[in-house]
Design a protein around this ligand. Structure first.
Ligand SMILES: *Cc1c(COP(=O)(O)O)cnc(C)c1O
Length: 413
């Protein structure tokens, strides 16, 4: 993986790392790979594949323009489920028939949290953590207000993340749902999904995992981990594009009883019957509400082909090498300026991004953007480097961290 240079070595081995990288050639498949721009935000919005532009045009001309309304009968009606099956297979470790694509993560969090609470009638508590992504916390607060539930907050350290011990301490006979993220959006801490899920089950609760920062970069095994419910976005490591639809997972054992609150016609057992009353589809289609975003799924379909071809194990291997390299460079170039690592040092506990903290990072980020080095900023004082394994090179990491060191020197004189 990484070469055995000492951390004080003045020259970095990026050329060797790129030459030895079996995924290096995939970078050329992405728009912008030929420019010197350094992209460290592949965990917020992945780069587009070059092939997507032509395929979107062909979709407009042939499928939309050529098939017109017939497209619904021919493939679009099933697309939320066929794309869901593909996603389940290549990125989620889930069986066919358990994943549907549509809505945003926020809307699916709402639908699945309500559904999870309904699976545990009489229980009044939802476990959440203080460092989950804002939308997860806000949706939990809204559902708690709506249903008169109590939130049991776990205080998580923003430089590490949630542990099974912390969850065990708040579980009880009133716990209906445990809502947490697999990979923490700030620190990249990888939660022990299987361990926490088992504890929740022992307490009689169900789990709802947010996979937004893990799917497409860290292996996910929803079935093996016995997860009840999950959701996540597709525009981060999955490369679906801005505003691409999210996905929802429901374990097979819960499908028949799952009640989600937005009972629209597209989740009906027979949408075109158009009869009185809502009879939910017996399968995962019941998670759908209205007309699914077919146009918005197209780039995702292309990106999943590539991910399926490469395989998540190879993606994770490169991801670990990229973040390890970034941590080594940060130790060499930035630690002397007072920069601290706010992500796990142990690669096995760290997802696909690295957060570095320093009081000047907000200003550093603004200056980096002006020189075409694009990380993002997360309070408190965090510079976040999202390293998308299929489109990021080691040379890019090297160039970017040198730029951070230069800008930091400018702003701290
Ligand atoms: C990015 C992200 C979201 C995004 O939700 P949207 O509805 O797509 O805006 C939700 N949860 C987590 C953990 C995220 O990282």
């Amino acid at each position: 993986m990484t070469s055995p240079t000492s951390p004080t070595s003045p020259t970095s081995p990026f050329a060797e790392l790129d030459a030895a990288d079996p995924l290096a050639h995939h970078r050329d498949a992405y728009v912008g790979a030929e420019t010197p721009l350094v992209y460290f935000d592949g965990n917020s919005l992945g780069r587009p594949l070059r092939a997507t532009a032509a395929r979107m045009a062909a979709f407009v001309e042939q499928e939309w323009g050529g098939r017109l309304i017939r497209g619904w009968d021919e493939s679009w009606f099933e697309l939320p489920l066929t794309v869901g099956d593909r996603l389940a297979q290549v990125a989620l470790g889930a069986p066919a028939g358990t994943v549907a694509v549509g809505d945003s993560t926020t809307v699916l969090l709402y639908k699945l949290l309500r559904a999870g609470v309904a699976l545990r009638p009489g229980r009044r508590e939802v476990v959440v953590d203080t460092d989950n992504f804002p939308t997860d916390r806000y949706v939990a607060e809204g559902v708690a207000r709506e249903l008169g539930l109590e939130l049991r907050w776990v205080e998580t350290d923003p430089t590490t993340g949630i542990t099974p011990e912390q969850v065990a301490a708040v579980l009880g006979p009133q716990t209906a749902v445990v809502l947490l993220s697999h990979v923490a959006y700030r620190s990249a801490w990888i939660a022990d999904v299987a361990g926490i899920t088992a504890l929740a089950h022992e307490a009689g609760a169900v789990v709802l995992w947010d996979l937004s920062h893990s799917a497409g970069s860290v292996p996910v095994e929803l079935e093996a981990w016995d997860v009840d419910l999950a959701t996540g976005c597709t525009y981060k490591y999955l490369g679906g594009g801005p505003g691409a639809p999210a996905y929802g997972y429901v374990a097979e054992r819960h499908l028949a009883a799952l009640e989600q609150p937005i009972t629209g016609w597209m989740g009906h057992a027979d949408p075109f019957l158009m009869g009185p009353g809502h009879t939910p589809d017996p399968g995962i289609r019941r998670l759908l509400s209205g007309t699914p975003p077919i146009l918005g799924m197209q780039p995702l379909v292309h990106a999943l082909e590539l991910l399926g071809e490469v395989g998540i194990a190879a993606v994770r291997e490169k991801s670990v090498a990229l973040t390890t390299f970034a941590v080594e460079l940060a130790d060499q170039l930035l630690a002397p300026h007072g920069v601290a690592l706010a992500s796990p040092r142990e690669a096995g506990r760290r997802g696909g991004h690295v957060t570095l903290t320093h009081p000047a990072m907000r200003e550093v980020t603004a200056r980096l953007w002006r020189r075409d080095v694009i990380p993002d900023y997360r309070d408190p004082h965090g510079l976040r480097l999202g390293l998308a394994p299929l489109s990021t090179s080691f040379a890019e990491v090297e160039a970017g961290l040198h730029a951070v060191a230069e800008v930091l020197a400018e702003v701290t004189v």
